[in-house]
Design a protein around this ligand. Structure first.
Ligand SMILES: [Zn+2]
Length: 398
């Protein structure tokens, strides 16, 4: 990858290139092929290889919420909408003469307390956060809500809590909440695609594991494969935003530059599937230090600002290690993910957000092994959504 003239720790200039092997480093080939890097005294070669996000940080500290920490914003769809609010007029008379008379027509509406999905570790107690119910005529009718639940905290499964309420006119409304009782929660996530291998992953999931949904953090590095985002979405997977291009020196050059790139990817996804994902992952993760080279403190800023702008970012706490070093066997990636002897594997976590890359064919080939291993153990495989438990690194770029 590096020509022989490069002295790793000597000041000077050297050319870098990345040979394509099984497409693993195709991106590097595209982005670094003709790049000239200035090697500064005191820097190591890895400082010049930004594509190292698969490397677990030496001693990562994770802020893992044992229970999901997302604020329980009531779903806006169930907010009661007063229909017959009198419109204020400019007449100075204190007693309006033409008070509008409300007409009974609307069914009751709910406001969900807590989240639309709740996650309960097997054997733990589950207390349902409940709902509030309103009617345009009857007002607050929360005490009339009938709750049906079949949640069994001692059996792994997906359960529903169903709320029903009727107003005086007999109009009934229902709402359901999903409750997962789990031994372990496992989130398979794939960064940097879509690419030439993405179809294979989609096919194997659709044909062999139709109940397993995963998360794609997409890029536009290979525009000819962008259409596969439609298939990811159609198959029920979560489409989330990674970055439009994957060049750290561009994405992290400035605060505005980061958001321009993110918006560009968001618009691209919107044009393809008609939705704007609010789940994102920073290139290199929020704990990356490479960005400091381009803009000091940018991660401290971005990790707060993306939340202000309504995005939810996810890092990972388990990594296949599929973008560093040479291509490994599927069995090696499988082992790295499931039980690698460290604290950062499914075997040691109650909740695992796994970093893989669909640009690595052998990492994709490891997916059936990982899924089978999880299924044998009755672990719950889910795609990320806004109710998922938060897994984030500590920001060190300040
Ligand atoms: Zn990436």
């Amino acid at each position: 990858m590096i020509n022989n003239s490069l002295q790793k720790n000597q000041p000077g200039r050297a050319k870098l290139w990345a040979p394509r092997f099984n497409n693993l480093l195709k991106t590097i080939l595209l982005t670094c092929a003709a790049a000239t890097f200035v090697v500064l005294a005191g820097c190591s070669l890895s400082d010049y290889f930004p594509y190292a996000e698969g490397t677990p940080t030496p001693s990562p500290t994770y802020t893992e919420a044992p229970s999901p920490t997302l604020t329980s914003t009531p779903t806006p769809t169930n907010t009661p909408t007063p229909t017959n609010t009198p419109t204020p007029t400019n007449t100075p008379t204190p007693t309006p003469t033409n008070t509008p008379t409300p007409t009974p027509n609307a069914a009751p509406s709910f406001v969900l307390n807590g989240k639309s999905k709740e996650y309960v570790k097997i054997g733990k107690t589950y207390t349902d956060p409940g709902v509030s119910a309103y009617d345009d005529f009857d007002g607050d009718i929360t005490d009339k809500v009938v709750t049906e639940s079949d949640v069994d905290v001692n059996t792994v499964g997906t359960y529903e809590v169903k709320y029903t309420v009727a107003d005086k006119e007999g109009q009934e409304s229902t709402l359901t909440r999903t409750v997962y009782v789990y031994k372990k929660l496992v989130y398979l996530t794939f960064d940097d695609g879509p690419c030439v291998h993405t179809s294979k992953l989609l096919d194997l999931l659709r044909e062999n594991y139709p109940d397993v949904k995963v998360t794609f953090f997409v890029t536009a590095q290979e525009p000819e494969y962008l259409d596969l985002i439609k298939q990811e979405y159609a198959d029920g997977h979560t489409v989330a935003l990674h970055t439009y291009i994957h060049d750290y020196d561009v994405v992290y050059a400035s605060r505005e530059g980061y958001f321009e790139d993110l918006k560009k990817m968001e618009d691209t996804v919107y044009d393809l599937i008609g939705i704007r994902p609010n789940i994102i992952r920073f290139p290199g993760g929020s704990s990356n230090t490479v960005s400091k080279k381009y803009c000091t403190g940018i991660m401290s800023y971005l990790t707060k600002e993306v939340l202000n702008r309504g995005y939810i970012y996810y890092d990972w706490n388990v990594a296949a290690g599929d973008t560093t070093g040479k291509m490994q066997t599927p069995e090696k990636y499988f082992k790295s993910v499931t039980d690698n002897g460290t604290a950062y594997c499914i075997a040691k976590k109650d909740i695992s957000v796994i970093l893989q890359h669909d640009i690595n064919i052998n990492s994709i080939n490891a997916v059936p092994l990982i899924i089978e291993w999880c299924k044998e153990r009755d672990y719950t495989l889910l795609p990320l959504d806004e109710t998922s438990p938060i897994i984030r690194h500590s920001v060190v770029n300040n």
